[in-house]
Design a protein around this ligand. Structure first.
Ligand code: COA
Length: 404
């Protein structure tokens, strides 16, 4: 039977569409919850796939401003993708991806990106693995700084309403420095990142929101939960760090000092750090961080020329890329990339790659040489890989501290 894909127009349709992903999380959204949920999700960007009138799949997108090396770009943050298990592997996802990419293109958002539930799914639609993250679990006894210092500043534990202004201010001041970070609207902060709803809390402790003030100004914050547990009178509890960010190296060091010194716990866990996190050099025992690395962001250039021109390139000799893109054929062709940006060209191709590989280069998290070593890029002119490495190089590893 034919699958029809459309965008939601009412709350009731949104609830039906959300139910497809909700199926994998033990339930969807109720009519009582929907207004709050729509402070975070966008009804008219949520698709539903129907068969004979019944909703069998859903998929959404957030309207983000994404930080890229040296700039920012309008980007669709793809989310809540789900197909009911009764209708899997019948092309429902493919139909939704088609409608979604066409919509993102029509909205003139040059980039779409996502966190993948499984790394096997999105390459076929042109998404390339573009960033990694690191998860750590550090025993309290190893929470020792390499260079001891006297803490400075004032720490305040804020309730949600008080936390919003200083935390959003800190985040907005720093997010432009980190490729991979996205803009957060007030509804996002209050109903998602700073919210402590029962579904987000699960079996953990309450959400704590701590701001560090240096010379009276908010310069860092952390969001964490304490999961206390006692065994034979000895704590086995954990500080679970959701997010800890500072505007300067000093502020970052201070906020981590606070987290690592909390009493009566056995370890500190952080699930989503950058792979080049300053803790590696702040701590006396970096080896004991034992970071577990995994893929985080997957990037899809929906309009290659516009996307490339939204980021900055280093001052290096130009390179000509030939890009293949069967899913979005409007992108196929050759581009000359230089310090001045990217322009279409008839010049001979020096590197051949598909749009998935270009997505992997985009945020500066991986190099052209690295992809060539994995047979993802073909070098047709000697030296072209080295030039691409220099042009696309980023100042730091891309990082998105939050799964959306
Ligand atoms: C993942 C999911 C959305 C796929 O939906 P689907 O309707 O079964 O997918 P389709 O039938 O449209 O498949 C499209 C293609 O993706 C492939 N594919 C789909 N799911 C896949 C998976 N989990 N792993 C590998 N490949 C997958 C199909 O084989 C097909 O490949 P092809 O076109 O090259 O032949 C669905 O299984 C689901 O809802 N899973 C649980 C929730 C989830 O993981 N959501 C993703 C959140 S990021």
């Amino acid at each position: 039977m034919a699958i029809e894909v459309s965008f939601c127009q009412t709350k009731e349709e949104f609830i039906d569409a959300f139910g497809a992903i909700g199926h994998y999380f033990g339930g969807g959204v109720s009519i009582e919850e929907v207004d709050q949920v729509l402070q975070v999700f966008e009804c008219d960007r949520t698709q539903m796939a129907r068969e004979a009138g019944a909703v069998v799949g859903g998929c959404g997108a957030h309207s983000y401003e994404l930080t890229v090396p040296g700039g920012r770009v309008a980007a669709a943050g793809i989310t809540i993708v789900g197909v009911r298990p009764t209708h899997r592997r019948r092309g429902v996802l493919r139909a939704m991806m088609r409608a979604q990419i066409d919509d993102v293109h029509a909205r003139k958002e040059p980039v779409a990106y996502l966190w993948a539930s499984e790394e096997t799914i999105y390459g076929r639609f042109g998404y390339g693995m573009a960033a990694l993250n690191a998860a750590i679990e550090l025993p309290k006894s190893d929470c020792v700084f390499a260079r001891p210092f006297t803490p400075r500043g004032e720490l305040r534990l804020h309730p949600l309403e008080e936390a919003y202004a200083p935390i959003a201010e800190v985040y907005d001041r720093l997010r432009g420095d980190y490729p991979g970070m996205f803009s957060r609207k007030e509804g996002w902060w209050k109903n998602r990142r700073l919210a402590d709803t029962p579904s987000r809390r699960g079996s953990s402790g309450e959400l704590n929101r701590v701001v560090l003030y240096l010379d009276g100004r908010p310069e860092a914050y952390c969001l964490y939960r304490l999961n206390q547990a006692i065994d034979g009178g000895i704590t086995t509890g954990v500080v679970n760090v959701l997010e800890a960010l500072g505007t300067t190296p000093e502020a970052t060091r201070e906020i981590w000092h606070f987290l690592l010194q909390i009493d009566w716990i056995a370890k500190v866990r952080a699930g989503n750090l950058s792979v080049d996190h300053p803790l590696l050099f702040l701590l006396a025992h970096p080896r004991r961080l034992r970071p577990v690395i995994s893929d985080s962001l997957w990037v899809r250039l929906v309009d290659v020329e516009a996307a490339l021109n939204a980021r900055r390139f280093a001052d290096a000799p130009a390179v000509v890329l030939e890009v293949e893109d069967p899913f979005c054929p409007w992108n196929a062709g050759r581009y000359r990339v230089s310090l001045e940006g990217a322009v279409r060209t008839d010049a001979a191709a020096e590197l051949r790659l598909d749009v998935e590989a270009l997505g992997s280069l985009y945020l500066g998290g991986f190099t052209a040489s690295q992809l060539a070593r994995a047979s993802r890029i073909e070098e047709r002119s000697a030296g072209a890989l080295g030039r691409a490495d220099l042009l696309f190089r980023g100042e730091r590893a891309p990082w998105c501290p939050e799964i959306f």
